[in-house]
Design a protein around this ligand. Sequence first.
Ligand SMILES: Cc1cc2nc3c(=O)[nH]c(=O)nc-3n(C[C@H](O)[C@H](O)[C@H](O)COP(=O)(O)OP(=O)(O)OC[C@H]3O[C@@H](n4cnc5c(N)ncnc54)[C@H](O)[C@@H]3O)c2cc1C
Length: 518
Amino acid sequence: MKFSDIKKEYDLVVAGGGITGAGVFHEAVKSGYRVLLLEAKDFAWGTSSRSSKMVHGGLRYLKQGKFLLTKTAVKERERLLNQYPGLVTPLKFIMPVFDNYGPSMSAMKTGLLIYSLMAKEKQHKIYTKGRTLEKIPGIRRQNLVSAVGFKDAQVDDARLVLRLIFDACLMGGTALNYTKVMGVERDGKGNVAALDVMDETSLAKAEIRTKVLVNATGVFAEKLHPSPVKGFHIRPLRGSHLVFPLELFPITRVLSFIHPRDLRPVFLFPWEGALFLGTTDVDHDQDMETEPFVTKKEAAYLLEGINHVLPGLDISLAGCISSIAGVRPVLSKKKKDPSRESREHAVWKDKGLITVTGGKLTTFRMLADDALKAAGPYLSKQRQENYVQKMKGQIFSDEISRDVPEKALERLSGRYGRLAGQMISQYDKKLFTQIEDAKSLWVELCHAAEHENICHLSDLLLRRTRIGLLLPRGGDHLLNRIEALCKPYLPWDEKRWDTEKKSYMELWTKYYSPPLKT
Ligand SMILES: Cc1cc2nc3c(=O)[nH]c(=O)nc-3n(C[C@H](O)[C@H](O)[C@H](O)COP(=O)(O)OP(=O)(O)OC[C@H]3O[C@@H](n4cnc5c(N)ncnc54)[C@H](O)[C@@H]3O)c2cc1C
């Protein structure tokens, strides 16, 4: 799909290719509308590839009295586990309880009981001190009382966004990355009539007729639609993660703990063959037009927390592989302590301009439903023939999947849906193996290069696959091999490959390397 292929008119246009935009796009296409999604940078470039990758109810929101948010998130977690196995996977949590700080055992028990009731099954356990010491080797013994265990789920956040976008494209939607919505044009009554859009690569411009723009641009939402509520604005709050090799602390569950300095929950968790430590919650004072990065101060905070809870481990930046920061689109009235700000979403309406921002990755469908409800009066009553039927039925036959390992089949069907069948029949079976310690398969690089709108090497290594985060030095030792593998699928000559490799390494060093900047 190219900029010149965009049609002149759509029922609805979505600005923003993060989870919120992808959710709206998917639901609107499923409902039979003619829909276009435009993303100014790459799909999932924003916060939606930089989360803690948890599909969770948010136990801590119970403490803030946000029962409805937690209940909806628990329901969505169960739905996503059923709908996308292989992409959204169950994950166990363990949280040590100490008697000198953090929530008490009785508070934890009450919270977990409510959590289990919301999931309609008992999903938690209490561990004695002895079992806790066995389950979390190296845990601080001083003041340790016991631990609680509970269930949630985990996802590849960027791949969930991509799954929604590409499934919606299979159903008849159109999506384009590196294309920005510049502004809204209105008719004599003030209703949305058209949009000005720009190809970010060629700087070519176009006008698209539509009666509805869903502004799902996350932290940038107020650029297209300033808040209509006095004193209520988006407060960009940065959250950061450090990435380590899994051998450092080979856990299979999330270690959730309370940071002793500010009593915030922090997580150490396994993901895609590496170990992630996060997150922080600080006002984002960096340039919004470039990628966010983790500061040395945030790294020191995270290391202080984990070294307090696991004193024997002595984790330091010397063992860090990479880092990643994201910016939460939090809606704020009074600028409270960042972690006490509400994670709920807002929908603003202005005659066909519908803004939906805030919220969580887990609850994207609720945001999509609310946005489409608000768009209802401006949407055409006439719907297209719906392509949902195409999405039903078996993904691949036993015959074509014979030579592919079971784990790889599960991974591919979760991440690529119907296209997994095409991948299995098209590519050499030798490519269905893991790329070193990262869980991505070589075949995923080929498929993405051929079919997933790759404009830069960083799209391929940071979002279509995540090897830029998971391998040391962004996987620089594999770049020539990746070039040889993907060359047939990308229209880049040797000079372009050299430029892409150089720019990718510069970008990685500046924004994803172990943090060196204050
Ligand atoms: C550190 C961290 C950890 C988190 N962990 C979790 C978690 O574990 N579980 C969970 O449920 N939630 C989590 N969240 C919250 C969740 O990640 C966000 O709520 C969600 O990703 C926001 O998605 P979005 O689509 O609204 O915004 P984004 O993902 O930022 O997408 C907005 C997109 O709009 C694009 N854009 C901007 N302007 C334009 C324009 N004019 N035209 C076209 N496109 C434009 C941007 O390039 C961007 O890609 C976390 C957030 C952070 C920061």
